[in-house]
Write a protein that binds this ligand. Structure first.
Ligand SMILES: Cc1cc2nc3c(=O)[nH]c(=O)nc-3n(C[C@H](O)[C@H](O)[C@H](O)COP(=O)(O)O)c2cc1C
Length: 185
């Protein structure tokens, strides 16, 4: 792939998971913005696999030549939507993604882009969710670490429903810019 400038582009794979994008305020905009960034390939999981039957070989092939893996989703019950968890379970298998001799994902960038319904101050001791938001990230961090991927600072929008239009616009703009940076790194 080559950008208009002639600079080489690296493939950035965005795995998008939203069960009801027609009702989405945040993630649908991220999906649509990602589709316009040169170098980005996006898989809309719920659209591609409505029956939850993931084509593992195709997904592994798509991921193998990407320089970065980006997960985009709303936070659901403190983690990822179920079809994304199924994707992780089915695609990131031992012997390919991790374990003895597995090098498929080594050195790739790993970037989490997520939104929460609750505002950031609900993520604190004594508040509704009892812990800082960072306390819910270790599974993601460890998926990246076990597979030899490099953790990028997550891009999180809290209070998704209440955030102002300006905040949302800025969130989407920063997302697209960082995707572009990943594709040019
Ligand atoms: C099944 C389900 C579980 C959810 N769990 C959480 C949660 O654990 N924490 C939270 O802050 N918001 C939670 N939410 C709210 C979503 O994160 C929020 O609606 C979403 O980030 C908004 O993004 P969207 O406009 O793209 O749909 C949940 C929503 C659903 C449907």
């Amino acid at each position: 792939m080559t950008a208009q400038t002639g600079a080489p582009l690296r493939k950035v794979l965005v795995i998008f998971a939203h069960a009801a994008p027609q009702r989405s305020r945040v993630n649908r905009r991220l999906r649509d913005a990602a589709r316009g960034v040169p170098g980005v390939e996006l898989v809309d999981l719920y659209e591609t696999y409505p029956d939850f039957y993931i084509d593992v070989a195709a997904e592994q092939e798509n991921l193998a030549d990407a320089a970065a893996l980006v997960l985009v989703h709303p936070v659901q019950w403190y983690g990822m939507p179920s079809l994304l968890k199924e994707w992780v379970d089915a695609v990131l298998v031992p012997g390919w993604a991790y374990g003895a001799g597995a090098t498929a994902l080594r050195g790739k960038q790993f970037w989490l882009v997520a939104s929460t319904g609750s505002p950031l101050d609900a993520y604190a001791p004594g508040a509704a969710h009892g812990h800082p938001f960072e306390a819910f990230l270790p599974p993601y961090r460890q998926i990246a670490a076990l597979c030899g991927m490099e953790w990028r600072e997550p891009h999180i929008l809290h209070g998704a429903h209440q955030s102002s239009q300006e905040t949302l616009d800025a969130h989407v703009e920063t997302f697209a810019a960082r995707l572009g940076t990943l594709a040019h790194a």
